[in-house]
Design a protein around this ligand. Structure first.
Ligand SMILES: NC(=O)c1ccc[n+]([C@@H]2O[C@H](COP(=O)([O-])OP(=O)(O)OC[C@H]3O[C@@H](n4cnc5c(N)ncnc54)[C@H](O)[C@@H]3O)[C@@H](O)[C@H]2O)c1
Ligand SMILES: [Zn+2]
Length: 366
């Protein structure tokens, strides 16, 4: 199949509050003007991106989207803060933006979350489109309507729910993504396999090479299925009261690892890969998961490449980080366990001794 004949795929997120249309296809960005028109975007569209992303994709997207200068925010997690949001407000106000204006966020999760929060709050909310440029943003952060920024005292503490009216996912944009960033997104794809689809899981295992080579025949179906799974879960439960929790598989211990290393050692997906291994180990220890399923996960994660080491992390600090996690509600930790590849269960009775034993088996001390 050539790029010209490959059909674009549409997935809808329906949350009651507001619908969101996800379009996926190689070169779908060429159709952005038409898609923005079709999804109710007015003529004034403000692009928010970063210098790094705009250097590689700006010429192409600037030509397609036209309009004025993009609003470029500094790159990196440490700039996902209220100062960056304020820069977006400043630019919008100076340009005389109004309620009919919209934001088109072009970037990874950092740009999407920051620009999305500006869109959620400027004039109590203007239309938002995401053009995600990392694999993680294409399968995860651009879908579901969570937007927000970090506070000096913690990650993602300031935020809102604001569904993008349009998400345009162009896998061709991933060609310039460094391997480590790509792998980090792929770990979230493995997560979707673990929580909802053995077929997806098996296809990543069989086609690892093709996926890393960005072969559209294997990459696009993997992105589409991941988006379907997230869209389905979010449609059922926008605010994470119940079913949405399943998306946190691997994230309890994963987040704790990111926190204790101050977000410097691991890319998000790498920490989640380690968190999934830990959750699978806990599942086996509880008799909820068969050992051969745990091995299949460990094998697949190893196949995606090496992960940063856990050296010098202590059990005490990781447990402390877990205790402070947002997934602790009314003093109870909600923990997502895999029961097989493709299915999970959420429990709230995991003890600290069980967690300690898992961390010990991962090689941590004290
Ligand atoms: N809103 C949500 O539901 C949600 C879900 C998961 C993660 N997140 C957030 O997403 C963020 C992480 O996002 P990320 O992993 O996309 O990281 P990121 O946005 O920091 O991007 C990673 C790096 O890749 C570069 N880059 C982006 N696209 C590129 C391209 N096409 N070619 C070359 N380089 C490119 C960026 O400049 C950056 O240096 C975190 O802040 C996390 O909290 C949000
Ligand atoms: Zn994640």
């Amino acid at each position: 199949m050539s790029i010209e004949t490959r059909e674009a795929i549409r997935i809808d997120v329906d949350t009651g509050s507001r619908g969101s249309a996800i379009w996926i296809g190689d070169a779908i960005t060429e159709r952005l003007p038409e898609l923005l028109d079709a999804h109710g975007f007015g003529a004034r569209r403000f692009i928010v991106s970063s210098p790094v992303i705009w250097r590689v994709h700006g010429e192409h997207l600037g030509r397609i989207l036209g309009g004025g200068e993009p609003i470029l925010l500094p790159d990196g997690e440490r700039y996902k803060n209220l100062q960056s949001v304020a820069r977006v407000y400043d630019a919008l106000i100076r340009a005389g933006a109004d309620r009919g204006s919209s934001i088109v966020a072009v970037g990874g999760g950092v740009i999407g979350d920051t620009a999305g929060f500006a869109a959620a709050t400027f004039l109590r909310g203007i239309r938002l489109a995401h053009v995600p440029t990392t694999l993680l943003a294409q399968v995860d952060s651009s879908i579901g309507g969570k937007v927000g920024v970090n506070h000096a005292l913690g990650k993602n503490l300031i935020g809102a729910f604001h569904q993008p009216a349009l998400v345009a996912i162009d896998p061709l944009m991933l060609k310039t993504l460094p391997r480590r960033e790509f792998r980090s997104g792929l770990d979230e794809v493995v997560k979707y396999g673990m929580i909802a689809s053995r077929g997806l899981f098996d296809r990543i295992a069989v086609h690892t090479k093709g996926i890393f080579a960005r072969d559209p025949d294997v990459l696009i179906p993997a992105i589409v299925e991941s988006c379907r799974i997230k869209a389905e879960v979010v449609s059922a439960d926008e605010r994470e009261g119940g079913p949405r929790r399943t998306l946190n598989f691997g994230h309890t211990i994963g987040h704790a690892l990111e926190v204790v290393t101050k977000y410097r050692r691991f890319r998000h997906g790498e920490a989640i890969a380690l968190g999934m291994l830990a959750a699978a180990d806990l599942g086996v220890a509880r008799g909820a998961l068969a050992e051969r399923e745990r091995q299949a996960l460990a094998q697949l994660i190893a196949q995606l490449g090496p992960l940063p080491s856990l050296a010098k992390l202590t059990i005490g600090e990781v447990l402390e980080a877990i205790r402070r996690d947002k997934k602790v509600v009314n003093g109870r930790l909600h923990f997502v366990l895999a029961i097989e590849v493709g299915a999970t269960v959420t429990v709230d009775d995991v003890t600290e001794d069980e967690l300690r034993a898992v961390l010990e088996r991962m090689g941590m001390k004290g």
